[in-house]
Write a protein that binds this ligand. Structure first.
Ligand SMILES: [Zn+2]
Length: 209
């Protein structure tokens, strides 16, 4: 089977997402990104391995015996309220973007890492854009043309680790991501897939395994 990376589009980002992120606090929401402890929901209503596999009716958090696996896989998305430039392809405009799994955004010590801070900046710049553009759907398509999305374009480029480029160009996938593809074909590890997707890439597959 041949796999290659292409820039993802809005409907991909929506399909992969487990929840909408609007505020910085949402970036750490256990109902979107997974429980912080094994065999326990966020509010504690469901505690113990007998509840594994259930979703708490109060805090809407999944209970799992392997919460770490969930935190490495589950992604969210941000709604941008205007068409912004896809950081990997200047010709593609997006109104959503994936948010990486929470464990990718924290170090081993549990503190927010550099990537996590980049996502926090993205959420803050999207919020400023929302105030500028407002909720008027007529503005959504024109905001990019009027040049108000520059700050969000920059923040998107920052989270995927590329330079924001106004020139129409598709960024080649970094070799670190491309090197994940053979491993993904071999292991079908959903955490690897989430790493690739959270960079804004979709996977195109030709043939079967
Ligand atoms: Zn609960």
């Amino acid at each position: 089977m041949k796999m290659h990376l292409v820039p993802g589009i809005d409907c991909d980002f929506h399909k992969w997402s487990c929840g909408l992120v609007v505020t910085v606090e949402d970036l750490y929401s256990p109902s979107t990104f997974g429980p912080s402890e094994d065999s326990r929901c966020a509010c504690g209503e469901l505690t113990g391995s007998e509840h594994d596999g259930k979703i708490c009716g109060q805090c809407l958090v999944d209970v799992s015996c392997d919460s770490r696996q969930i935190r490495r896989v589950r992604m969210g998305h941000i709604a941008l309220n205007a068409l912004c430039r896809h950081p990997l392809d200047a010709d593609t405009l997006v109104r959503r973007f994936p948010i990486a799994p929470v464990d990718l955004r924290r170090g081993k010590d549990g503190c927010v890492n550099e990537l996590g801070r980049d996502y926090e900046e993205l959420v803050k710049s999207a919020s400023r854009l929302r105030k500028r553009v407002g909720e008027d759907p007529r503005e959504i398509g024109t905001a990019h043309c009027t040049g108000v999305t520059g700050e969000v374009d920059q923040a998107l480029a920052q989270v995927v680790g590329v330079q924001a480029s106004p020139a129409a160009a598709t960024q080649p996938p970094p070799s670190s991501l491309a090197s994940l593809l053979p491993e993904l074909a071999l292991t079908a590890d959903p955490a690897l897939l989430s790493v690739i997707r959270s960079m804004g890439y979709a996977l195109e597959c030709h043939g079967t395994l």
